[in-house]
Design a protein around this ligand. Sequence first.
Ligand SMILES: *[C@@H]1O[C@H](CO)[C@@H](O)[C@H](O)[C@H]1NC(C)=O
Length: 389
Amino acid sequence: MGRASVLLALLHLLLLLGTVRCSDGVCAQLIRPLGYPCSEHTVETKDGFLLSVQHIPHGRVALGEKTGPPVFLQHGLFQGGDTWFVNSVEESLGSILADNGFDVWVGNVRGTRWSYGHVTLSENDKAFWDWSWQELAQYDLLAMITYVYSATNSKVFYVGHSQGTIMALAAFTMPNVVRMIEAAALLCPISYLDHISSSFVLRAVGMHLDQMLLTVGIDQLNFRSDIGVQILDSVCDGQVDCNDLLSAITGKNCCFNVSRLDYYLEYEPHPSSTKNLNHLFQMIRTGTFAKYDYGLLQNLITYGRFYPPAFDLADIPASLPIWMGYGGSDALADVTDVQRTIEELRSEPELLYIDKYGHIDFIMSVNAKDDVYGELIRFFRSQGWPSSY
Ligand SMILES: *[C@@H]1O[C@H](CO)[C@@H](O)[C@H](O)[C@H]1NC(C)=O
């Protein structure tokens, strides 16, 4: 049995067992058992979503009264805040930052199992899934960063992976967000997606999976559901070599711990919205980094113009220090697209390129602590890190 079949079989098994325990938060399930202090916070967005944010004020050993500078971790698509803690404490970025004296805050966007609440809507309402990464940037990121900024009375170091970098690059064009950011580290940075080489994603784009799902009224994309697994099967169906499903989706990951797969699958994948997939596929089809495209007429009503306005990377202030880690084997954050992002920024980001790294390696490689996180922490320390720490 290839790795894909293993992955699919495990997903099927999870459906049967229903092992998802979402009553406890990430703190109780994952972070406190590792030996870290952790508290759960609820942040309400402007449009009524209730997001969970975890706070890890220090590492396994407390450093007295002093609290380090706040760092906010933003996960990617189909992932949740758990993603920063699922390797060992020596390997995971969340625990490494806490042990290095940072005041760690973990974001969870709407639709993930940790952020399933809304003041009026339930997950069964169509409106609960009526959003894309645009709302994640404009509402979720704004609300969570504002919360951390107010709670700590300090500018915030930002770490994002994949969709967490799309959100950041969109939100950092907004003066009310970027004023709260000290510096940003972007892992697998994405603003353009038109050179994507993922065979699985290209096949899904080619068969108009996004529009098909919206047409039949599947608004939630949940690969832990029966429908979700059928969707995966239908994309693979004789067209894509899904023997190694993860590689088919993300590109080959050099240093991912395959024997830990069943543990990762206890937490991931998380749900997202079909509209979000649709927005991402629009980026692939059109080569733009723009707001959601509703079609000519609805665009005119929504934006006052026929085409959705683009996010202009040149609107991100040159004074914001940015660091980027990207990989030559990443089939989603393609090197050509990353180059274009870099060119359009007004600042000159510091870059870490790792030829053999794929999309998942940057968060889950067993060597990331040596290959990536040491550099990331050095960068943060070189920016506004008070010498007393
Ligand atoms: C890989 O995962 C297995 C199972 O959790 C674990 O025992 C092993 O230590 C991990 N290997 C590395 C290098 O982290």
